[in-house]
Design a protein around this ligand. Structure first.
Ligand code: FPP
Length: 225
């Protein structure tokens, strides 16, 4: 049976969820933050899941209206501060992936503070993808290696990425079937699951069902069974 050691999720559908309820798009993000907590809690109780990577803000999301971007920044800052205790109680280590230098100094400070305060936690690792784009991540990794003599190996490049773990199970909510520049290197052999469910409606039960299906898939990693 397959083990879902690393689960990665593209949390899509917040805006549509809100619009369907006649609410402003940002209400969907607010609701989405609650689901982040519920799914992280669920994963922290699993013996098998070691890493949970959540796509919270992409390098392309800056193209959204200024007010929505500002709302997302504030929501993230509030979430991290408010949930520090939860991270500690659940023994979850928080780590950002992505280039957070683009964020305000105060948000960077919050991110670093939560990272430091949870550094000793040895349960689940929650990676939040923040100002993250897989192409940007790969380019930053290549640039770190550019002065090295000789050929660059797969392992050398992997070691310079923000997220160093291969993804086992990649889930996208919200009905679209695309990767949107998320963990392209790490998902080389990931099993992909797409669900119509909008992120604010996604529950630990939904995740449990997907994991169950995932455990039965035959993974060959390019070889033969
Ligand atoms: C995609 O939905 C979602 C985002 C771009 C942001 C994800 C943010 C959250 C889940 C909440 C905040 C996160 C944390 C960690 C506190 P969309 O807006 O593209 O939805 P749409 O496709 O329906 O428009």
């Amino acid at each position: 049976m397959n083990k879902a050691k690393h689960i990665a999720i593209i949390m899509d559908g917040n805006g549509r969820w809100a619009e369907l309820q006649g609410k402003k798009r940002v209400k969907g993000h607010e609701e989405g933050a609650k689901v982040v907590k519920a799914i992280t809690t669920y994963c922290s109780h699993s013996k098998e899941i070691e890493y949970l990577t959540l796509y919270a803000f992409s390098t392309e999301n800056w193209k959204r209206p200024r007010l929505e971007v500002e709302f997302l920044m504030k929501l993230l800052d509030n979430y991290l501060k408010k949930e520090l205790q939860t991270y500690l109680e659940l023994n979850v280590r928080f780590e950002p992936v992505g280039d957070i230098r683009a964020f305000s100094k105060s948000l960077q400070k919050t991110i670093r503070m939560i990272e430091e305060k949870t550094a000793h936690c040895d349960g689940l690792v929650q990676y939040l993808a923040l100002n993250y784009g897989a192409q940007d991540e790969i380019i930053r990794a290549v640039n770190k290696l550019k002065n090295i003599e000789g050929n660059i190996t797969t392992e050398m490049l992997s070691n310079q990425l923000d997220c160093k773990h291969a993804v086992d199970l990649l889930i996208r909510t919200g009905g679209d079937h695309r990767l949107s520049n998320f963990l392209l290197w790490q998902s080389a052999y990931a099993e992909l699951f797409f669900t119509e469910t909008l992120w604010p409606d996604f529950t630990p039960k939904d995740l449990e069902k997907i994991i169950k299906k995932f455990t039965k898939v035959e993974r060959r990693f390019g070889g033969l069974k």
